[in-house]
Structure formats: C-alpha cells, structure tokens
Design a binder for this molecule. Structure first.
Ligand code: NAD
Length: 345
C-alpha cells in the first residue's frame, strides 16, 4: 500500500502508528481533518488479519467522522483510532495507559471515545493518563438515550416530508434491532402513537417489546419485507444491499445503524424506488453530540436541544437533495463538505 498516495486521495492530515513492547500495544490513530475543530472519534479494538486491513479501517472510519461531525454542525474534525488484537485477550489497564500516552502526544488534535469492543471502564483507564477522552461514565455517560432521541426526531422530519404531517398515529414503523438504541427508539415511537413491528436476534428482547409496546414481532429475516411506513435499521451495517433492497415495502428508511448502505450506489437506488433514505450519519449523530457537550462541561439539556435539531439537519439534507436532484446520501456529503469549505475560506 502506498500510504502517502492513500492519504492524498482523500486529503488526510495524519496517520500515527503506536507501539509499545511491554503491553503489546499496536494501535493506529488517524486524523482526517481538523478544519472545524479537534478530530473526535472513538477507539475500536479489532482482531484485524493484516496491518493493511487495520490501516484501511481507521482511514475509512476517521473520514466518516469528519462528515458526521460536520453535518451535525459541531465544531469538530474527524479522527479515529484502532488497536489491533483480540479484545478478549489483549485488554489491560496498562494497554490503555500506553494508548493514552500516545493520545497525549497529539496535544488535543485527537480526542478519543468509546467504540466497538471498548467499554466505559476502558475509557476510565485512558482518562488516568490523558484528558483527551470523552464519554466518561461520570460525565456524559451512555450515549444511547440521546442517540435514540435524535433518531426519533429524524424520523419525524422524514415522515413530515413524505406524508405531509409528522403525526405518527396511523404510521407503522419496523424496527430492526432492539439493543441500547433500538429499544429506546421504540419507546419514543410507541409514545407518539406509532404501531411497531420489531425483530431482534434475541427472542427475549422481541418479547419484551411485544409486551411493553404492543409490538408485532417477526423474524430477523422477515423484517425486510414487512409492509410499513418506516424501516428503522438499528442493528448492524450494510443492511441495504443487493439481497434486501427489492424486498423493502416502506416509504422511508431511517434508523440508528452505522453504514446502512452496502455501498453508495444503494442511496441512488433507494431514491429511484421512491424511498426516502435518511443518511445514517446525520440521523444517528446524537451520540457524538452527547460527547461533544462533555468537552465544554456536560449539560444534558444542551445535548438534548442539539439532538432535537437533528430534525432540522434532516430537513436541510432533503432540501439539498431535491434542489440538486441527487440522493439524500450524496446531499449529506455535500452539506458536510460545504461546511468545511466555508470554514477554510
Ligand atoms: P446494541 O449492540 O446494543 O444492539 C444491537 C441489537 O441488534 C442487539 O439487540 C442484537 O441482538 C440485534 N441484532 C444484531 N443483528 C441483528 C439482526 N440481523 N437482526 C435483528 N437484530 C439484530 O447496539 P446499539 O448501541 O443499540 O447500536 C445499534 C446500531 O446503532 C449500531 O449499528 C451502532 O453502531 C449504531 N449507533 C449506536 C450509537 C449509540 O449511541 N449506541 C450511536 C450511533 C450509532
């Protein structure tokens, strides 16, 4: 891999390789863009098969954070970090200390946070060595309530666009995944009068939603083809793909999951099918909004206020897409790029 060519292709600022023999730390920090502010993005631990795979992942994720933070209107750039190795085997307090010391050397250009295979306890260990970490248990804490609220607001904006009213009383929402975010989203939707169809790999979670929200439970495979107004993916990525797109019987796709489209062409295909797609990184920004508040001293009301404004961000993306006759996923990218370009001038 020609690293500098790869950095130049998408205008990356910095890639930092971090190694410590004593703890076995093999980490990569990527700073994609700091035009709008310090690069904020989580720390992921993954058992990558090759170093090239780890580099590709951190590059992709860091750039994604630039777009997410910019589209959310936050004064933050995009970055990400990965630690290579099996999370079940390599984690130790010392490992996180070693990683944190590398974060410190960047003097705030990169701020880390929790991501896949890292926990709040891990963040506490990082905090023992650096202040450049957010999402601490005693501060902003669990982001899922704010994420769920932001997704709910984004769904309202999409429903208003498609049906002319944000009233959810006669609307059917199919929720895929009833984890930290999906279950809380169901609560908002149920309180707003929506009828729910749900699926989770865990039958216990599905049964709980049937009991608490009067939902109809279907199998994880069936959820793609149920007749509904909104399909809300809240489980995993790449769920809009070659095998699922023609099965969808919804008017809106809007949910919390990251990277919902298998690739960007599926945004265009949803548009062609007359399905309004709410770009994942616009609608699920509640989590990063929550930790952003922590940088300035955490205030729940401020965080909720900013997450409520996801409604306006979704409306802006839809307007931009209509004006340019482009898909909403392309419009979201444009909105983020425009914000960065304006700051650079
Ligand atoms: P989670 O792990 O708590 O929940 C995921 C749920 O999906 C689990 O209940 C799991 O059983 C279920 N699931 C997995 N595969 C499934 C399948 N094929 N069909 C049906 N159900 C399935 O995760 P979470 O924190 O709720 O996050 C959900 C999604 O939202 C993820 O993609 C995550 O990256 C994204 N996200 C989360 C946050 C946050 O604040 N937690 C913020 C932004 C984005």
């Amino acid at each position: 891999m020609e690293i500098f060519e790869r950095l130049a292709a998408n205008d990356y600022e910095q890639l930092i390789f971090c190694y410590e023999a004593a703890t076995g730390l093999r980490a990569i920090i990527c700073i994609h863009d700091t035009t709008l502010g310090p690069a904020l993005g989580g720390l992921r631990i993954w058992d990558y098969q090759t170093e090239a795979e780890a580099v590709e992942d951190v590059l992709r994720l860091a750039r994604g954070m630039t777009y997410k933070n910019a589209a959310a209107g936050l004064n933050l750039g995009g970055g990400k970090a990965v630690i290579m190795g099996d999370p079940k085997k390599i984690k130790s307090r010392e490992l996180f200390h070693a990683f944190a010391r590398y974060v410190n050397t960047l003097h705030g250009r990169y701020i880390t946070a929790q991501d896949m295979n890292t926990t709040q306890e891990d963040m506490n260990h990082i905090h023992e060595e650096t202040d450049y970490v957010v999402g601490l248990p005693e501060k902003s804490g669990d982001p899922s309530p704010i994420t769920a609220f932001g997704v709910f607001r984004g769904i309202l904006a999409a429903v208003k666009e498609v049906f002319g009213s944000e009233d959810l009383n006669s609307k059917v929402v199919a929720v895929q995944g009833l984890g930290a975010v999906g279950y809380k989203l169901c609560r908002h939707l149920h309180e707003a009068g929506a009828k729910l169809i749900v699926a989770d790999r865990s039958s216990e979670k599905a049964e709980a939603a049937v009991k608490e929200f009067d939902a109809i439970a279907v199998s994880p495979d069936e959820i793609y083809s149920v007749e509904c107004d909104v399909f809300a993916p809240c489980a995993k990525g790449a769920v809009i793909n070659e095998h699922t797109i023609d099965r969808l019987r919804c008017k809106v796709v809007a949910g919390a999951a990251n990277n919902q489209l298998a690739d960007s062409s599926f945004g265009d295909r949803l548009m062609e099918k007359g399905i309004l797609y709410v770009p994942d990184y616009v609608i699920n920004a509640g989590g990063v909004i929550n930790v952003y508040e922590e940088i300035h001293g955490y205030n729940l009301e401020n965080a909720m206020g900013k997450a409520a404004a996801i409604y306006d961000n979704v409306q802006q993306v839809i307007e931009l897409a209509k004006r340019g006759n482009i898909s909403t996923s392309r419009a979201a990218d444009r909105m983020a790029e425009e914000r960065i370009r304006a700051k650079k001038q």
